[in-house]
Ligand binder design. Structure first.
Ligand SMILES: N=c1c2ncn([C@@H]3O[C@H](COP(=O)(O)OP(=O)(O)OP(=O)(O)O)[C@@H](O)[C@H]3O)c2ncn1[C@@H]1O[C@H](COP(=O)(O)O)[C@@H](O)[C@H]1O
Ligand SMILES: [Mg+2]
Ligand SMILES: [Zn+2]
Length: 150
């Protein structure tokens, strides 16, 4: 990895309209990554990237994240084969989030539950309780087969 990122400017105008990508990592060294399918715009997942993951993603064109739960670099699809080829990367106005438009390989699925998207439920309210209703129950793969029993 050769790409490094310069310190963000204190000047808001520079961050908002200047030509330099200077991501504003949080106190844990992470930016939020929103990931949609380049095919049709479906929201696939939300994850986090440290500088290493972001640099590798920009340089290789394959999406890399930092897994907070596993505490390590995570090349999405490393065990499932569901790699993400990056078609476009955007950052937001204050450069603390990125938006990846990707093409998904393998099972055309992103969620570790086997579904296409991690966002397969809607939130509602029923009898004073917050509820979840599954809107997509189609599994593109069996997680037990792909990841093994956990
Ligand atoms: N495959 C996934 C996966 N796909 C999508 N996501 C989403 O990515 C988000 C970030 O993942 P993590 O939970 O690892 O990291 P985190 O959100 O920073 O940390 P937590 O606070 O959630 O613990 C999750 O909240 C999920 O919505 C996944 N999260 C975890 N995995 C695991 O990643 C491993 C490798 O899978 P592949 O990359 O498909 O080979 C397997 O063990 C999977 O179970
Ligand atoms: Mg999570
Ligand atoms: Zn998921």
């Amino acid at each position: 990895m050769t790409l490094t990122f310069a310190q963000p400017s204190d000047d808001k105008a520079e961050l908002e309209t200047g030509p330099a990508f200077t991501p504003r990592f949080d106190e844990k060294g992470l930016v939020t990554a929103v990931v949609t399918d380049a095919r049709d715009g479906e929201l696939l997942m939300v994850a986090h990237m440290n500088a290493e993951a972001l640099a590798l993603t920009v340089e290789t064109g394959i999406a890399h994240y930092y897994s907070r739960s596993r505490g390590r670099l995570w090349k999405k699809g490393e065990s499932s084969g569901n790699l993400q080829t990056v078609r476009e990367i955007r950052t937001d106005c204050d450069q603390d989030a990125v938006w990846l438009k990707v093409s998904v390989a393998g099972h055309d699925a992103t969620c570790h539950t086997g579904r296409r998207s991690c966002f397969y439920r809607t939130v509602g309210i029923d009898d004073g309780k917050a509820t979840l209703t599954i809107t997509d129950d189609h599994r593109h793969f069996d997680p037990a087969d792909i990841y093994g029993e956990k």
